[in-house]
Design a protein around this ligand. Sequence first.
Ligand code: UGA
Length: 456
Amino acid sequence: MKISIIGTGYVGLVTGVCLATRGHQVICVDKQEDIVKRINEAQPTIYEPGLDELLEGAVSKRNLLATTSLMDAVKCTEVTIVAVGTPYSEGKIDLSQIKQSVREIGDILKNKDKYHVVCIKSTVVPTTTDTVVKNILEEASGKKAGRFGLAMNPEFLREGKAVEDFMNPDRIVIGAYDKKSFNTVKRIYKDQFKAPIIRVNLRTAEMIKYASNGLLAALISYSNEVASICEETGGIDVKEVLEGVTLDKRFSPRVGDLLINPEMTTYLMAGCGFGGSCFPKDVKALVSFADNRGYSAEMLKSILKINETQPLRLVSRLETAVGGLQGKKVAVLGVAFKPDTDDVRESPALIIIKELLNKMATVVVVDPIAVENADKVIPANASSLCYSSDYKYALQDADAAILATSWPEFSAIPAQEFVMLMKNPVLVDGRRVYDKQAMEAAEVEYIGVGLAEFLP
Ligand code: UGA
């Protein structure tokens, strides 16, 4: 099929490259000439494992090309996928890029006689496609929906695993205005991807995306709430508790002798909280959407509240352990919102750093690849904050350390190294990656999230 894609961010580019790899003729559209040039030279504009190789293959086979001309792209394709950004700003989802893109597509459709489907892939709050998008398209094209097709096909791609997730989808959700729109979008996936294809209406497709991210975020905040109760009680380890919970056969079924441990259960883990470009933004957008509809989404609000206070609880425990933070040197291990990415957007580590600075600590942040991005958000300064990619430098003479991102190189730091390098080996394990006993045997004061001393 001939498909155009607007937006070459991580969703747009990954979608384009993967569809081209599966044999479609894809045209990626971006307003920035340098991005277009780079894609046509098979240089990825974002980092995603496996993307460079597939892009190279798609460009060399001429299955993928990029252009700045939306007109050419829409005219010679059957479907346009819209994958532009939908950030959260000023208390609600910002649809300006969506509105602009669909207005431009509508203008082009005015003079295109052949049937064309507009398919929204960006995450948009329910009702966006069947009201905002549809109205703009009808107004700009002078045609009623039905003469052109309309669909909403959410993405379920994890950063760092986007190519793998696209090529091996678990479900393909197609929200469709009518049967013809559905059948057209279905042809993109049918035969090329092995996954159930679900047909729903436009707003249901939008809601499936939010409900999915909301549930995963809920598991994390739920785990963190249980962790806090364990900490306040003493003598209960949240890790053992959640393991006990997830062994329930409704979470982890047994097939013969094999215990199936679904990946979903990895979100049932206590830590510093969730971050990234999706969970915080999507939960906030759904809360504000519901508020505007007259429903106060209390559970979603609590998910966010727990997520904001979780990093602060860890700093507070650290403060108690070292007897006040003023003038103390604290090493923050990890600033990326999860391992294997340099993305620091909404990272809980940033809340930790800000709180430590508020409490007048001197902070050294270490991360293998994310320090440059972190420096853009909280700039280094000579008196209280510096960044490094060397954990030994960060730990040297530190009064305490706090693990915020479970990078394997940090998880592998032996207890002796904390003792040798630090002035005072106090370690807050914000991801529960270290062995408490081994740390204590080496005389590291170990503070784990969801774990506190037995209180009679
Ligand atoms: C998330 C969803 O997982 C994707 O399904 C969705 O398509 C995407 O948002 C999106 O809306 O575009 P992503 O933000 O890349 O993907 O991140 P995840 O890997 O799910 O991590 C999100 C948060 O959950 C992170 O803070 C991470 O530390 C935490 N997490 C992740 C866990 O606590 N446990 C895990 O096993 C994985």
